[in-house]
Write a protein that binds this ligand. Structure first.
Ligand code: ADP
Length: 636
């Protein structure tokens, strides 16, 4: 039900003029339509017009989106599905059936989000059009063009829908193979015709079994003729796109099987009745039908076969129809010997039912498996679709993140740089002398801004590394040069604290596959931490060695060390250890190092105290030698 309805006095003419249906109407004509308008609101998912029921109101979408939907049933047993034909936006008309004859085609209209609609009662609008033929001709002209458009969209949507894998999903597997199985049956019948002719002639001419071959040969011709008809019909059936195809195929199999059974009975009759051991050929028909038909139909057919044969044998036994004796094969009165006749009928009946049971059971099992496979395929399709959606969402979020990073780096750093340069101007005394207090406060400000810069830079670094920049940047590089370069840079800082920085590198250190820029960043972070957390005159050592198929790099210091409680967390983002409080920092340095090393498929760990009970800290990371397989880009 609509959320609210009320008269619309204030509806501007301009709004109606934009509606395609009312184009070409004069202001006074539009005003007379406005008189009829009310407003209705619908919540997301609410039905506005129901398919199959002509709309009472013509609606114009004022706000929100409306979906035009049609019910589609792909196969007789399948449930109806709503197919979206078109999405309508503001200004577009809904419920055209309010203006057309009631039997003209209708579609469901459903609010996609919260919608405001202008409602014009169809009857009143039609009356208005009756009284104003100019208006009627204008509106009808536009109406037919909108209707034509809708039909065109419907056709496009239907074609897409049917071409889409939905069809593949909904088609039961046995349905797709039913026609192929009928073709097997037809081929089998050709062989049977030839077989009947050959067996008849062989028995008669070669083995000297005397019986009249003419009726049997006539029946063989009849079978060939009706098989020809079946063959033609099957070809037509195959090219048909009929929703009722499967029930049709089943009925058709029934007719074929029943015809075959009657023909077989006729042949058996003219070829000796119960005397002829080939009566067991009935089994073939029953097996073939049991493969295609449902259980019940298969048993019904088996019963029909038993009935036909029993009737034939009984009628011959009772002398109601003539009996053909196979002279030279069996004694003449065999068909009148009750024990023999009963034994044959018993054997025949049980053979048929057991064959039906076995075949339907196996065919049923196969059908079940086919359905399970199809269901599995459906599920995979759905999951693949969901994964695709999730992936698209991730790509969107990644773009958003890139945008945010670009924005953050520009919008945060630019004003900070400006403030910093103003502070430098003040501190440099370029705008006059500062007293001591002012100088101290401004220096603190400057220091704080440097820290903030540092934080922003590290934060952006961390995000950049996540973006897979490390992997993109990789090449064969010398880790030795990386370490030496970093040690040279940090050596200046160490010297300021009178610390010794030793570099111990073997000459045969192999090249590695990595990002020079990022590895420099990692080693610099580790070394600058050591400088930071080691008191004056302390010792810092950086060394590297090759172990098996990797290079191990180690940064140790004789500093304050890491508290055992902090040790497991020092690589976490924003984690600052107890010992870190005294020094300035962001808690991001080590997490950046970890990301860089892991992007290289290496490992990193910290020890404190380290080997031999040394008091300081030791950071070790490994890097594979050569290009590791399956290097992953973060965020991919
Ligand atoms: P920050 O140094 O900015 O605090 P880091 O991520 O680089 O952040 O380090 C995290 C914490 O690990 C530091 O707060 C400190 O407690 C500890 N730490 C890192 N390197 C050392 C070191 N060489 N010696 C002692 N503690 C260290």
């Amino acid at each position: 039900m609509p959320g609210s309805a009320g008269p619309l006095k204030m509806l501007p003419i301009q709004l109606l003029r934009k509606v395609s249906l009312f184009q070409g109407l004069s202001d006074s004509q539009l005003e007379s339509i406005i008189e009829l308008c009310t407003e209705e609101t619908y919540g997301a998912g609410e039905l506005i017009v129901q398919e199959g029921e002509p709309a009472k109101n013509l609606y114009i979408v004022r706000e929100g989106k409306v979906a035009l939907e049609m019910s589609v049933r792909l196969w007789p047993e399948q449930r109806l599905r709503e197919m979206r034909v078109e999405t309508l936006n503001a200004g577009q008309p809904v419920g055209l059936s309010a203006l057309t004859a009631s039997n003209v085609w209708t579609m469901s209209a459903r609010a996609i989000d919260r919608c405001r609609l202008i409602a014009i009662p169809g009857k009143s609008l039609l009356q208005l059009m009756d009284s104003d033929p100019v208006m009627a001709s204008e509106v009808n002209r536009e109406l037919s063009s909108v209707l034509a458009d809708r039909l065109r969209y419907t056709r496009i949507s239907l074609t897409e829908y049917l071409g889409h894998r939905q069809v593949a999903r909904e088609e039961a597997p046995e349905e797709s193979t039913a026609i192929r199985r009928i073709q097997y049956g037809i081929n089998f019948r050709w062989i049977a015709v030839v077989g009947v002719v050959l067996i008849t002639l062989t028995a008669n001419l070669i083995f000297g079994i005397s019986f009249s071959t003419v009726p049997i040969l006539i029946i063989a011709v009849i079978i060939a003729l009706y098989n020809l008809a079946f063959w033609r019909y099957t070809e037509r059936l195959e090219s048909e796109e009929d929703a009722e195809l499967i029930p049709k195929v089943r009925r058709y199999v029934w007719v074929q099987s029943a015809t075959d059974l009657v023909a077989t009975t006729a042949i058996i009759h003219f070829a000796g009745g119960v005397e002829n051991p080939l009566y067991l050929y009935y089994v073939f028909h029953v097996i073939l039908a049991s493969i295609i038909l449902p259980y019940r139909s298969a048993y019904l057919l088996a019963t029909f076969a038993v009935g036909l044969f029993t009737s034939l044998v009984s009628l011959e036994y009772l002398g109601l129809i003539p009996h053909v004796h196979l002279e030279g094969l069996v004694p003449p009165d065999l068909y009148r010997q009750p024990p023999y006749v009963l034994a044959v009928l018993f054997g025949f009946g049980t053979t048929l039912y057991i064959s039906t049971y076995l075949t339907t059971a196996i065919a049923g099992e196969l059908r079940k498996r086919q359905r399970e496979t199809a269901a599995l395929r459906d599920r995979l399709l759905v999951e693949a679709e969901e994964l695709q959606k999730a992936n698209a969402e991730l790509v969107r979020l990644d773009r958003l993140k890139t945008y945010f990073l670009a924005m953050a780096s520009h919008d945060l750093k630019t004003p900070l740089a400006a403030v910093q340069s103003y502070l430098q101007v003040l501190l440099g005394g370029f705008v006059g002398d500062l007293d001591e207090d002012h100088q101290r406060i401004l220096e603190r400000c400057s220091q704080r801004i440097r820290e903030l810069f540092d934080l922003i830079n590290r934060f952006l670094d961390l995000a950049q590394i996540e973006k897979g920049k490390v992997v993109e940047d990789m090449d064969m590089i010398s880790i030795q040069e990386v370490i030496e370069c970093c040690a040279e840079e940090i050596g200046v800082l160490a010297a300021e604290k009178s610390q010794t920085l030793d570099v111990d590198l073997p000459v045969d250190l192999p090249k590695i596959y990595g990002s020079e820029k990022h590895l420099k960043q990692a080693v610099t972070n580790l070394l600058s931490n050591s400088v930071k957390y080691t008191p004056e005159k302390g010792q810092i050592t950086v060394c590297a060695r090759r172990t098996d198929d990797q290079v191990e790099v180690e940064v140790c210091d004789t500093g304050q060390g890491i508290d055992p409680d902090d040790l497991p967390f020092v690589f976490d983002q924003f984690y600052r250890g107890k010992g870190g409080d005294a020094a300035h920092g962001t808690g991001l340095g080590l997490s950046i190092v970890k990301r860089i090393i892991e992007a290289h498929q290496g490992k990193i760990w910290a020890e404190s105290p380290y080997a031999g009970g040394q008091p300081g800290s030791r950071f070790v990371f490994t890097l594979p030698v050569g290009q590791p397989a399956g290097l992953k880009v973060f965020g991919d």
